[in-house]
Every structure is written in structure tokens, then in C-alpha cells.
Design a protein around this ligand. Structure first.
Ligand code: UT7
Length: 330
């Protein structure tokens, strides 16, 4: 079976920077609290006229250019997000239209913070299986239009940010590229981090009460999520290493989903990795859920943090709960 590698990456961040200080004007919070508890100093918020798909398409365009291919070469498009332009259809078809792509399949993935790695595993399988030569995977998130910026929503409003990242997955030779992907879920924890309504458990699915009670805002049991994250991240990273006969000392770089700097530090410590081998940019972007790993990957490559031959692990945990890892020989 042929291999699959990341042939190009791209990112798109809105230009508007929102600092912790800016948020203190909207709710009862402080820069000190946010920095100490999360490591976040600022995040980006999209222009109100922009849609999620516009950011995703821009990131996708850059990844395609960097891969040295054209939109006609892409055989499948995968779009991961929890903040789509429309309830349906998904953002994948929006990107197909905006990039002027041929009428290829557009698959939407709904696995929140883990969505990008779920999408990447689909691309890996299609390319390794020889079904397509190139698959575009986009993780894009537009949180700023869906957060509660009053004190009642401060536990989530200070965390999330907007942005998009994308990769092109293409064929690989000589055992290089994506070695394996490992996906997990445990739906019994779904209510601990979710947007409860609107949803088709209710009839009708959207009511005035939904809005009045604020059930359309994210609801998070922060400590509970935190406790599961610091257990599942190391577990799934070790799973990918063991599957391929490696240990943590073989890793050149770990790129975790940027959920919280304290989670990243705890994971690095559990894996006994020095700080320089664990990438973090949460300080500048906050938690961009499905977009955080492809944004981070694009920055790592730009900064020369990944060299040919390096063993790199991507790992994520989030709502669902879902968690996953991808091990790559660069
Ligand atoms: O992307 C994957 C999914 N998400 C995560 O991985 C997030 C995981 N959880 C976390 O990152 C942390 O739990 C948070 C950053 C969300 C919260 O940190 P914490 O240390 O667990 O704080 P807490 O929820 O226990 O709240 C401590 C206090 C509370 O006040 P009382 O009850 O002690 O009086 C909160 O009301 O901090 C208060 N608080 C705030 N204070 C100022 C909560 N949010 C804020 C805020 N500013 N923004």
C-alpha cells in the first residue's frame, strides 16, 4: 500500500485581535485570571460579515498552492467544524463553490476539537487506498458569533477564538508520511461540553425559550473536561507511538490541540517531553477547536520547527468526548 503525507499546509486568521483586556469590558473577568487559568492573552475574532467557510476556503487555497497542485487535482474535500455557516448544508459544499473546484465529494466532520484529526484520518485512508491522489482537509471555526459575552458565559467566552487551517494530503514514498491514526469516542460525556439547543431532541427544535434561557450558548463542565483531557491525551499519544514501535523519546515534536496551556503542560510532563518539543500558540489564538492543529502545524513548518525525517505527533481531545492522535514521519 502506498503512503500518505501532508503535502501542503495553510492558515487564515482574522485580522481583528481581541485581548483579555477587551473582554474585561464585557464581563466580570481579568487578564490575570485568563492568563493563569488558560495561558491565553489574545484571540482573533472574524469580521461579522464573514462566514466560517470563507476562512476555511482561504486556508484551503493556501494549502493547495503550497502543495504545488491546483484545485482540479483535489479528489475529495473534508471540512471539520462545530460552527458551520448553515445548519445544513455543511461548509464543505461552500468551499467547493468558493474555490471553484470540480464537483468532488465534500464531507463534513462533526467532532469538535478532534474534528481535524478525524478528517485527516479519512484523507489518509483515501490516499493510502489509492482512491484519490490528493485530499484537502480543512479545520475552521467561527466561535465569536456564538459565545455569551456576559459574566454568565465567561468560562467559555474567554477561551474560544476564530481561525482556520488546512492541509493537502498526497501520496508518499519510502515509508514517510502519516504512519497511523487513532480515533476514540465516549458519548456518555456528551452533556459535559455541548450546545444543547437548537436540536432535534426537542419539538419544535427551536423555541423562544431556547434563546431566553441561553441554551444556544456552549455549556462546559470545565474541571470535568480538564480531568479527562489530561488522561486521554497521553493515552492516545502512547497508543500511536506503541503501534509504530516508538517511545516518547523518539518524538521530535508534539502538536496538541490548543485547549488550555495547563492541559498542554500536563500532557508534556506526563510524556516526559521537554518544553521545546511541545508546541503551543494558545497565547495568541485561544482555543480554535477544529482549526487549532492545522493552524499550529502551518506555523511549525513556517518556523522550521519540523525537519525532514522528524517524528511528529498530533493529538486532540474535546467535546463528545472524542480524542485522537496521528503519528507522522516527516
Ligand atoms: O477544547 C477542549 C475542550 N475544553 C477544554 O479542554 C477546557 C478544559 N477546562 C479548562 O480549561 C478549565 O476548567 C477552565 C479554564 C475552563 C476553567 O478553569 P478552572 O481552573 O477549572 O476554573 P473553575 O471552572 O473551577 O472556576 C474557578 C472560579 C469560579 O469561581 P468560584 O466558584 O470559585 O467563585 C468561576 O466562576 O473562576 C470563576 N471563573 C472566572 N473568573 C474570572 C470562571 N471563568 C472565569 C473568568 N474570569 N473568565
Amino acid at each position: 500500500m502506498r503512503g500518505a503525507r501532508i503535502a501542503g499546509t495553510g492558515r487564515e486568521l482574522p485580522s481583528r485581535v481581541v485581548t483579555n483586556e477587551d473582554l474585561t469590558k464585557l464581563m466580570d473577568t481579568t487578564d490575570e485570571w485568563i492568563v493563569q487559568r488558560t495561558g491565553i492573552r489574545e484571540r482573533r475574532f472574524a469580521d461579522p460579515s464573514a462566514g466560517n467557510s470563507h476562512m476555511g476556503a482561504a486556508a484551503g487555497r493556501k494549502a493547495i498552492a503550497q502543495a504545488g497542485i491546483s484545485v482540479e487535482d483535489v479528489g475529495l474535500l473534508v471540512f471539520a467544524t462545530l460552527s458551520p455557516d448553515y445548519y445544513f448544508p455543511g461548509c464543505g459544499v461552500m468551499v467547493q463553490a468558493q474555490l471553484g473546484m470540480p464537483t468532488v465529494g465534500a464531507l463534513d466532520v462533526r467532532d469538535q476539537c478532534t474534528g481535524f484529526l478525524y478528517g485527516l484520518s479519512v484523507a489518509e485512508a483515501y490516499v493510502k487506498g489509492g482512491f484519490h491522489d490528493y485530499v484537502l482537509v480543512i479545520g475552521s471555526e467561527l466561535h465569536s458569533k456564538g459565545l455569551n459575552f456576559s459574566t454568565a458565559g465567561r468560562d467559555t467566552a474567554v477561551i474560544f477564538g476564530d481561525g482556520a487551517g488546512a492541509v493537502v494530503v498526497g501520496p508518499a514514498e519510502n515509508g514517510k508520511g502519516i504512519l497511523s491514526s487513532h480515533l476514540h469516542s465516549e458519548g456518555k460525556h456528551a452533556a459535559e461540553l455541548c450546545v444543547e439547543e437548537p436540536g432535534f431532541l426537542k419539538s419544535p427544535w427551536l423555541t423562544h425559550e431556547t434563546i431566553d434561557s441561553g441554551k444556544h450558548y456552549p455549556k462546559m463542565n470545565g474541571k470535568y473536561v480538564f480531568a479527562h483531557a489530561v488522561r486521554r491525551f497521553p493515552e492516545v499519544i502512547r497508543e500511536s507511538l506503541a503501534k509504530n514501535g516508538y517511545t516518547a523519546s523518539d518524538l521530535a515534536l508534539l502538536i496538541p490541540h490548543q485547549a488550555n496551556q495547563r492541559i498542554t503542560q500536563a500532557v508534556g510532563a506526563a510524556m516526559e517531553l521537554p518544553e521545546g518539543k511541545v508546541f503551543s500558540n494558545i497565547e495568541r489564538y485561544g482555543n480554535t477547536t477544529a482549526a487549532s492543529i492545522p493552524i499550529a502545524l502551518d506555523e511549525c513548518l513556517e518556523q522550521g520547527r519540523i525537519r525532514e525525517g522528524d517524528l511528529v505527533c498530533l493529538a486532540a481531545f474535546g467535546s463528545g468526548f472524542t480524542w485522537a492522535s496521528t503519528l507522522i514521519r516527516w
